[in-house]
Write a protein that binds this ligand. Structure first.
Ligand code: SF4
Ligand code: SF4
Length: 93
């Protein structure tokens, strides 16, 4: 039987840093110039959540796919890999 996304998520572990490796450059741009809130759609890990009038970034769950480097239509996300030893850890089933 094929693995579900939830099954695959179970294979991920995270060694979280205390500082985010994902920075919204200008929150006003999200609020005023991005009606689609594309990051809430293209991010496979659902890191970006629009709540109230602000974008919240749950960087701890980032899969490091890099999509937000190119996916934000306003180039409004500063992205880099987490510091060494931090971030996503894959493990075998
Ligand atoms: S896609 Fe970019 S500009 Fe739009 S809400 Fe997300 S971070 Fe903000
Ligand atoms: S790198 Fe991928 S998983 Fe991480 S926040 Fe960006 S789109 Fe989401």
């Amino acid at each position: 039987m094929a693995q579900t996304l939830e099954d695959k998520q179970y294979l991920l572990r995270f060694n979280c840093d205390t500082e985010s490796h994902l920075i919204i450059k200008n929150h006003d741009v999200c609020a005023t110039s991005c009606p689609g809130k594309d990051c809430t759609i293209f991010c496979p890990a659902e890191v970006y959540k629009w709540e109230g009038d602000r974008m919240f970034v749950g960087y701890e769950g980032c899969h490091e796919c890099g999509s937000c480097r190119i996916g934000c239509p306003h180039d409004n996300i500063e992205w880099h890999y987490p510091k060494g030893g931090h971030g996503i850890v894959f493990r075998l089933a």
